[in-house]
Write a protein that binds this ligand. Sequence first.
Ligand code: PEP
Length: 241
Amino acid sequence: MYFIANWKMYGGLKTLNSLNKVISFSKSNLKNKSKIVYCPPFTLISSLSQKLKNTYIDVGAQNCHESQKYASLTGQVNSNMLKESGAKFVILGHSENRIIGEENNLINKKIKSSLKAGLKVILCIGETLKEKKKYKTTKVLKNQINNCLNGIKKSSKIFIAYEPVWAIGTGHIPKLDDLKENILFIKNILKNNSVKVLYGGSVNSKNITDLKKIELIDGFLIGGESRYPKKFIDIIKKTYN
Ligand code: PEP
């Protein structure tokens, strides 16, 4: 199982000390059973990678620019720079970036550059509430997968995070039957067992008891709740108990 923490625009150097609890929990309880990946803002990737050396926890980034070469792009960071800072993963296609204009063909370029840089990619897909209400979910998911992964070999370096946009940060999660159906739909499109499929959207230490019943899910992408070590540990513990 994978537990990916998406810190979004949260955290400073002092925040990193709060992870000592998670580090000791993972050392004594998890070992190779699960993988935890923390995705902090760019500013913390290097310090967090140093802190997590010799632990079972990896570091990821939350986005990157598609160009791998030096370019006059003020404020941008590319996949090679992430890799050099210690990131092993990168989240791409998050709905919070799609909303501000990131489209599937751009995400496709970002995935290609990230894989070339040696990063593992967590590709976020998911329908909006409007699309759900119009029964367009499967069409949207298929379109996002096919376009974002166009020309890319499906492998264990790709993770799909199914995140219904309407479930992110709202406290609402899909009905379990719908979720199971959509995860199965995604797995059927991928036709490759080495691509892991995660669920994200308002995961917390209460609803995990229901979510974990869907055995097809290979892990969780956790936003808000991942800022609190105790809650994050609780989610992991309850996944197994
Ligand atoms: C996310 O933004 O990827 C996410 C899953 O957020 P939250 O858990 O806060 O809904």
